[in-house]
Every structure is written in C-alpha cells, then in structure tokens.
Design a protein around this ligand. Structure first.
Ligand SMILES: [Zn+2]
Length: 261
C-alpha cells in the first residue's frame, strides 16, 4: 500500500515558518523547529528553518532510497545535517538548535511511527477511536532555575541527555531516544501527523482527539484544522495565560486509508 496524503502548513506569529511537512510514496512526516530564546548564543549561524529544511531533505532521501528502521533514518538525517553546518558552527553547543519530529511509514503490513518532542501521530482505528503518540518529556522536566548560571547547568543536564528531553538537530543519539511503535495497517482508518501548533486545539481549546482527524477530512482538508486553531486563538478570552507565541506555526498531514481500500 502507498500513501495518498494531504498536507497543509501555516506560519504563526514569527518571521518564518519553522514547520515542514513532507510525504513520499509510503511515508509522511512533520518537523517543527525549536526556537531558542532571543539573543542567546546557540553556536550556529544557520536559522531554525534552515535546520528543518536540511533534516527534511535528508529524511526524504533516506526514506525514499534506503532500507532501515525509522530511527536509523533519523540518526542518519541528523548526522548529515550536522555535516551540512560546516566548520563555523559548534555542534557540541548544549543549545544547538533542533526540531521535533513525527514520522509514519507503511512497511509490509505495518504502520510504523516515530516521534521526538511534542509533534504527534494520531492513529484512528476502524471504530473511530483515536490514540495520540507524542513525546512530552520536555514538559516533565523540573522547573529550571532563574539564574543564568543555573539555566546553563540545567540545559547541560537535560537537553539532549538521557533523562532529559531530545531534539533532532545536532545529536544523532537523539534517534535512539525517539518513541517508536507500529500497528497492523489493516487496523488503521486514518492517521494525522501534526505539530504542536495544531494539538493546542486539544491541550487548550477543549477539542477531543477524535475531532482532529474528523476536521482534517472536512471540506478544506487539513487546512480546516488550521482554520479551527486560528479561530480558537483569535477568540481566546485570555490569550496571555499561555506561554509562547500567540499563533504558532501549524502543520498537519492526513492519510485516509479508507479512501484507498
Ligand atoms: Zn549552523
């Protein structure tokens, strides 16, 4: 079976869209670049969107042309991205920029998935039940200290370290700490890959998990999800209660297996 995917991405309140959606004959992915705090040195002269673009290109090359487990493809894509930076960037910098990843592939009769960070794979079964696979480790860390020195030590301890939170960017080992799994493809009706700009519909705005693939199959396809999240943000009675950008970059890829069977 091959993929027939629909995708949509929309820029948020920032200057560039640091999300990316890509699809191939039997795979689909979303990436979401993680922005460092403004003005903080990250050891790299490239922008976050550049890193997302490089990671995406290398993942695409691997998934289209080579064998291997999803984590192997991610590890190779990170290695290749590190090589693309060149000698002027310090890839050992503890704040080296990276991205969250949600990736799905059909291999034989299995639907395989991989996530790093808070991008998500939603799997809908034949009965309409929806399960979400994501990686919330970044939200489970202790409160960071409020001194500069304390924050530096915190990042050294927890960023791209065992027991901490992983990002795909500078540390190939992040692939070994990805969450992965699989299901018989016959048990899957639809999958939806999305970045956290979309899942805030569930985390903030009262939508159920099952609403997301349902919205993504509405008239305007995955763009319907982005319309919903922008509508919720614009009518939020108290947007200041949330940290981060008012409108995050938002990206969704839908694969509807019912259409194909
Ligand atoms: Zn760089």
């Amino acid at each position: 079976m091959t993929f027939e995917a629909q995708s949509h991405t929309a820029i948020g309140s920032g200057k560039e869209n640091q999300d990316l959606a890509l699809t191939g004959a039997d795979w689909a992915l979303v990436l979401d670049g993680a922005n460092p705090p403004a003005g903080v040195d990250v050891g790299c002269e490239h922008g976050v969107a550049w890193i997302v673009d490089r990671l995406g290109a290398h993942l695409q090359d691997g998934l289209d042309n080579h064998e291997g487990a999803l984590a192997d493809h991610l590890r190779e894509a990170i290695r290749a991205t590190v090589a693309d930076h060149g000698p002027r960037c310090d890839m050992t910098h503890p704040r080296s920029p990276g991205a969250t990843v949600a990736l799905a592939r059909i291999k034989d009769d299995r639907l395989e998935w991989l996530v790093v960070g808070d991008a998500a794979v939603l799997l809908e079964d034949a009965t309409g039940q929806v399960a979400m696979e994501t990686d919330n480790r970044v939200y489970e860390l202790p409160e960071p200290p409020d001194t500069d020195e304390g924050i530096q030590a915190f990042i050294l301890q927890y960023r791209n370290k065992p027991g901490g939170a992983w990002f795909a960017g500078a540390v190939p080992e992040a692939a070994d700490h990805a969450f992965t799994g699989h299901r018989p493809v016959a048990q899957v009706r639809r999958i939806l890959l999305c970045t956290n700009g979309i899942t805030r519909l569930v985390d903030r705005y009262g939508y159920g998990l099952a609403d997301l693939p349902a919205l993504a199959t509405a008239n305007r396809g995955p763009q319907t999800l982005i319309d919903a999240v922008r509508g919720a943000e614009l009518t939020d009675p108290d947007p200041e209660r949330w940290s981060g950008k008012r409108h995050d970059d938002a990206t969704a890829v839908l694969v509807d297996f019912e259409v194909e069977r």
